[in-house]
Design a protein around this ligand. Structure first.
Ligand SMILES: Cc1ncc(COP(=O)(O)O)c(C=O)c1O
Length: 388
């Protein structure tokens, strides 16, 4: 191992959402936080060096993303995801969520339907409702202990007023990496009904061994022109506090509409540090990412063994993608409110409640595995103490 993912770095006092606001968010203190999706690991050394170089210059006036930034991103997509993207398809945005809101405003009207597949990243529903659009749900289904899309249900769920589908690929919190066949059928259903696909692929690089992420837009020319793809370096390389993302929009008229809407609603001058960090990540971050994925798989293996031995009534879904494991706690027979109380007050562990992600997430908890192994083991011992 070149990188020391075992090292515990104290994040208190850095305005960390995960570590510094427990009293405000939960009403209690002394918690071990394994909730929100960022990592307790320092960024890769080449990224830190690029940031340092940029900082040493000392002037942080307005910047643009240089061509070299987009070239690095394109090479990354080609190398890691076998997807050839043209420079002109790419639009920079402040964050994936800002790009999502821009897409909602640009391509749907108030009252129109936007389809999501819960349990799913809960800000999707918040953004849809917050912008006065209607949430259309097509819940995932559980088949043989794995989450799947209900594609027959999708045809029934989408009424004529449904204009957009937000895909989460890989899926947070189900930890699924969608197969080609599923994506092909999904693309065809959406295309035939004139439903635009907004594919949030922020977790695209976080794919476990034996799995491959397939960009929705890469599956066919028809899918490319009916899809907006939202990605960034921030999830892969733990740079969320810096921001920055880009949206890939092959169809020119959609791209123009997206850009004009973005200009109308947002200041889009990028963060100078984020631009330097993201480019360094795509150019030099691959060895770090490879080791990170191995470490997360190792954490998942520890979690799986621990549950089997010490908490057998808690089941685990396979981790195909993301670093977020979904724990099925229905076997404990405790309702959500009591489960939350027990985790916070007895175990003193802070996870993300599955119910927050919508239908199907009840009595489940999402656990962030991007932490040093000793932190994970501490959390598991605390949970065994409370539930064992
Ligand atoms: C599926 C998904 N989309 C978007 C985001 C947030 O992206 P950003 O910070 O770029 O808005 C997250 C963060 O966890 C996520 O899991």
């Amino acid at each position: 191992m070149t990188y020391d993912f075992d090292r515990v770095v104290d994040r208190h006092g850095t305005s960390s959402v995960k570590w510094d606001y427990e009293q405000e968010y939960t009403g209690t203190t002394g918690l071990l936080p394994l909730w929100v999706a960022d990592m307790d690991f320092p960024a890769a050394p080449p990224i830190l060096e690029a940031i340092q170089r940029r900082m040493n210059h000392g002037i942080f006036g307005y910047v643009r993303e240089p061509d070299s930034y987009f070239e690095a991103a394109m090479a990354w997509l080609e190398r890691r995801h076998h997807w050839s993207v043209r420079r002109e398809w790419m639009v920079a945005s402040p964050s994936v969520l800002s790009a999502l809101s821009t897409a909602i405003l640009a391509f749907t009207a108030p009252g129109e339907g936007i389809c999501i597949q819960p349990p799913v990243y809960y800000p999707f529903a918040l953004r849809i409702r917050g912008n006065g659009r209607r949430v259309v749900e097509n819940p995932l289904v559980l088949r043989d202990g794995t989450w799947d899309m209900d594609l027959d249900g999708l045809e029934r769920a989408m009424d004529p007023g449904t204009r957009m589908l937000i895909l989460c690929s890989p899926h947070n919190p189900a930890a699924r990496v969608w197969e080609r066949g599923t994506l092909e059928r999904l693309a065809e259903i959406c295309r035939s009904r004139g439903v635009l696909v907004v594919s949030d692929e922020i977790h695209f690089d976080l794919v476990m061994r034996g799995r491959r992420h397939i960009p929705m837009a890469s599956i066919s020319d028809e899918s490319a022109v009916n899809t907006l793809t939202l990605v960034s370096a921030t999830k892969t390389f733990n740079l969320a506090g810096l921001g920055g993302s880009f949206t890939i929009i092959p169809r020119a008229e959609l791209r123009r509409k997206f850009e004009s809407t973005q200009h109308a609603v947002l200041g889009v001058a990028p963060n100078a540090i984020a631009v330097a960090a993201s480019e360094a990540a795509w150019r030099h971050g691959e060895p770090w990412l490879e080791e990170l994925l191995g470490y997360i798989q190792g954490n998942y293996d520890v979690l799986e063994r621990f549950l089997a031995e010490r908490l057998p009534r808690v089941r685990l879904f396979p981790l195909e993608g993301t670093y977020l494991a979904l724990l099925d706690m229905r076997g404990l027979g405790i309702v959500d409110a009591a489960l939350k109380e027990k985790l916070l007050k007895d175990a003193r562990v802070w996870l993300d409640e599955g119910a927050k992600f919508g239908r199907g997430g009840e009595q489940m908890q999402r656990m962030n595995l991007a932490c040093p192994r000793s932190v994970l083991k501490d959390a598991l011992e605390r949970m065994a103490g409370a539930f064992g």
